[in-house]
Design a binder for this molecule. Sequence first.
Ligand code: PLP
Length: 395
Amino acid sequence: MQSKIYLSPPHMSGREEAMIQEAFMTNWIAPVGPHVDMFEKEFADCIGVKDAVAVNSGTAAIHLALLLLDVKRGDRVFCSTLTFVASANPILYQGAEPVFIDSEPDSWNMSPRALKKAFQEAVYEEKLPKAVIVVNLYGQSAKMDEIMSICKQFNVPVIEDAAESLGATFHGKPSGTIGDIGCFSFNGNKIITTSGGGMLISNNPDFIKRTRFLASQARDDAPHYQHSTLGYNYGLSNLLAGVGREQLKVLNDRMEARREIFNYYYNELSTLPGVYFMRELANTQSNRWLTTFYLNDKETNVTVNQLIKQLADENIEARPVWKPLHLQPLFKGAKYYSHGLNTHIAEQLFSGGICLPSGSNLTLSQQDRIISCIRKVFKTSNTSREYLVSVENEL
Ligand SMILES: *Cc1c(COP(=O)(O)O)cnc(C)c1O
């Protein structure tokens, strides 16, 4: 059996351990310390925002963003439906009501048309959302210009879930900086990692101050321990912040590597019948966190499950595209707005979408192994476009 190829494993630069060592030497083994301060500053500079707060997960960053916007029990929050569950879990932490918005075909991200529909109905019901959570899926920015203008029209703030899109740009602007608050993740599978961690960014100094307060147990300004607000223990360890500082230095290399991996897959596989790779919106740059394609079942009878199974048999980890949140048992009964009357883009992408191994440390020979495995499935199931056409002609 050949060695396992993972979907998106950590990729250290080799200098991270020295930073951990440094934290040990200075005994800053705490959720505060110089690495945390520097990581925040360097991160904010890197993506061009005023300030950033390091936290212990991307989920914590999203939760804090909802707290900043005063999302409470019974409030409504709009959220992209095609995403990881962590985008919406914090809505439930607050006892608020998630309303899911479908994807659109160009970006696979939030459909401005569905968003507009959701707003129109919310106006009619006299229950506007307190916030809109927009996800930039697999490193590809949503159509942020249209989404921001719709949200501005209704005066509703936007939280950009940029957990998967660090380094990407939309119309020249770094992903995560377009919404009112940006949230990032440094989980082990993300483009850079601290093993676990996250960042909340904003240009609003009040938001930053409040985030620091809430993320460190909301201690009042008093000589004793006094608390008048519910707080959280969401700080990032100084050890891990050290790792993050070194990872941040190689972000551009990591992004270049992932984009190259995408291009190689694209060149080798995009002519297979029914294979449609996730596109890149004009005037945007995806970080290509994960290479994904959609398999159109009208053009091939190869299925995503077949591909994933064959890859797994050859010790290669591939995954289906996220299951839309409005289909998750956890969110049963939640409101959902589709892209078209009978067009459900996220459901379609889920039924035919696959994520391929895309780690920045993937070698060319590993990638060749993946590509030949996929080709083999197409060959053995005898489903080339020509074959299907010939069958149709015979009928
Ligand atoms: C990874 C991820 C998160 C959560 O980040 P954690 O650091 O794992 O808590 C949130 N949203 C999306 C879209 C993600 O991919």
